[in-house]
Write a protein of this length. Structure first.
Length: 225
């Protein structure tokens, strides 16, 4: 019985390994810095950016292992399918950065160095330009109004009278009982008039809620609720 071990590392040199991992690290780190620079919301995660760098190098390593061997590719797909990720992605653009790092890692791992460098530079430049000039922004600021009222009695008519005075438009989003039915919570999305402030709206609504809680969330589309 032959117990000789066969090392397949000879299919690529130490220089190839160093070049692939180094370039994958540099490009992934550059993408991470672009993500950090262009991030707007409060959900920034250092561990997410570090994961982008690790993911880029890992994908490059996987592509280096797979090479042109289809059997290895299917084996790796089967092995990686066992892994389950339960962390929710907070923003859709985060998914885009994950795919960008994966694409660059695949290009580096298959030793398409020029493709990897040019693609990484071009796409990150587009991201910076979109951030700098605020492309596709919708300059309509809306607020979320949460009002709690006692369950007995019809308060919606009085609340809508106040909203008509202080907002240019409003829409009922939800109405539900809370605290075991002791209160009813009503939620609206509104757009304040130019001469109105959230404080004015809260004060006016408080007069119609029998002393219950009123809250106005401004910029809710830029934060994590």
């Amino acid at each position: 019985m032959d117990f000789n071990l066969q090392d397949l590392s000879g299919t690529f040199s130490v220089g190839d390994i160093a070049a692939v991992l180094s370039l994958a690290f540099v490009l992934s780190a550059a993408i991470g810095w672009v993500y950090r620079f262009t991030h707007r919301n409060i959900s920034y995660s250092q561990s997410y950016v570090q994961t982008l760098v690790i993911l880029g190098m890992l994908i490059a390593l996987i592509m280096l292992v797979v090479g042109s061997n289809i059997a290895r590719a299917f084996a790796l797909v089967g092995a990686l399918s066992v892994v389950r990720f339960r962390n929710a992605i907070k923003e859709t653009r985060d998914v885009g950065f994950i795919f960008l790092v994966m694409g660059v890692g695949m290009a580096v791992g298959t030793r398409f160095y020029s493709l990897a460098i040019i693609s990484a530079v071009a796409i990150t430049l587009i991201i910076v330009v979109m951030y700098r000039f605020d492309w596709f922004a919708l300059n309509v600021q809306r607020q979320v109004v949460k009002v709690q009222v006692p369950p007995d009695g019809d308060y919606t008519e009085g609340l809508q009278d106040v909203l008509l005075r202080y907002t240019s438009e409003f829409e009922l989003v939800s109405m539900e009982t809370i605290r075991g039915g002791a209160l009813t919570e009503i939620m609206y999305t509104v757009r304040l008039k130019k001469n109105s402030t959230p404080g004015d709206l809260i004060a006016a609504l408080s007069e119609r809620t029998a002393g219950q809680r009123v809250s106005v969330l401004t910029g809710y589309d830029q934060t994590d609720l």
